[in-house]
Every structure is written in C-alpha cells, then in structure tokens.
Design a protein. Structure first.
Length: 191
C-alpha cells in the first residue's frame, strides 16, 4: 500500500494537471513494484482519470475501477446508472466509455448538484463527518434518478458507502471500492 496525501493530489486535480496526478500514481507503482507487488489498484475513482493516461507506462498492471464496476453492473443486469462522485469524476471520462462498452446508459446530477456533492465530499466526508442533511440530500438525488429510469447508483467515491447504502438508498447501490477490492482478490487468487 502506498499513497501520497490527498492534498498533494488535490493541488494537481484542482488545476487540471492530470499528467502530474499520473506521475504520482506511477511513482506509487514503482515503489510497490520494488516491494514485490504484482497487481495494483487505486480505490480513488477521481484519480482514475490520470490512470487512463499512464496505465500503459506502469511497471505493474492495474485493475481499473470503472471497468470492474461496469462488469459488475452488467452481471447484475443493470441498464441505466446514476454516477455519483466528486465533481471531477462526474464530469470526467472515467465511467462513460466503460459503461457504454457494456451497453449501460448513465447519468450524472445537474451542475448545481454536482457542486454541492463536491462540497459535501471535500468539506465533510473526507473529514469523517457523515451528517443527516448530507444523507438526506443523497437520498433525494437518488430518488429523483429512479424517477428518470435509473435502476442503480454507482457510489464512485470511497466515502459515499459510509454515508449511504442499500438500506438508505431508493436504488440498489454499486460500491465501487468494494467491487474493486473483490476484483483484486479474484485476480490475486488467479495469479
């Protein structure tokens, strides 16, 4: 396991310097490769925008969180998903192509909702604050997506499953972190 502080990543993400985020991921990959790692995962959905750029330059193969989530959703017969994550993730390219490749449609909240989700994520959730108003807001957004035909929601942020789960959600949840962890275990057993 290796990572840099979130603040180091966020400095580059906020500036749109995905190449610098990729360099950080590759630096971690090299450290882990030198420690004997044969397979890598990154539970941070947002950072996968940089992983898309550098994945083929890595000394060790990576599992891609969106590929694993798309495969899981397809296995479950999901047809239209709400994608919730940081604003950068929701507005970025990480999920659309992978879902489309599995014949799955997706949607993201409107711009105001994306900004509010981002604020809640970076000002509350990353600090371990899981407040009832945030849970209520997420429940409301998911319920609205259900009304538009979504049949599940991707919790595409590590903290989201700590805020909302199947018991609270109007739609079944796809916990991206848990799906990636299970895929890593399956891959490790095969090696």
């Amino acid at each position: 396991m290796h990572t840099y502080p979130l603040a180091d990543y966020m400095r580059h993400i906020d500036a749109g310097r995905w190449d610098a985020v990729g360099d950080m991921l590759l630096s971690s990959a090299d450290k882990l490769h030198n420690a004997g790692a044969e397979l890598l995962i990154c539970p941070d959905n947002t950072a996968h925008q940089a992983l898309d750029i550098v994945r083929d330059r890595s000394s060790v193969p990576w599992l891609h969180i969106a590929e694993e989530v798309a495969a899981d959703a397809a296995e479950r017969g999901r047809k239209r998903l709400l994608v919730l994550g940081t604003r950068y993730l929701m507005e970025g390219p990480v999920y659309p192509a992978r879902l489309r490749a599995k014949g799955i449609e997706h949607e993201i909240p409107d711009a105001d909702a994306r900004e509010r989700i981002n604020i809640v994520t970076l000002n509350e959730l990353v600090y371990g604050r899981f407040e009832p108003p945030a849970r209520s807001y997420f429940t409301q957004l998911i319920g609205q997506a259900q009304g538009r035909g979504c049949d599940a929601v991707i919790l595409a942020c590590t903290e989201f499953p700590l805020l909302i789960g199947d018991a609270d959600s109007p739609l079944p949840t796809l916990d991206s972190t848990r799906i990636l962890a299970r895929a890593a275990l399956r891959a490790a057993v095969r090696q």
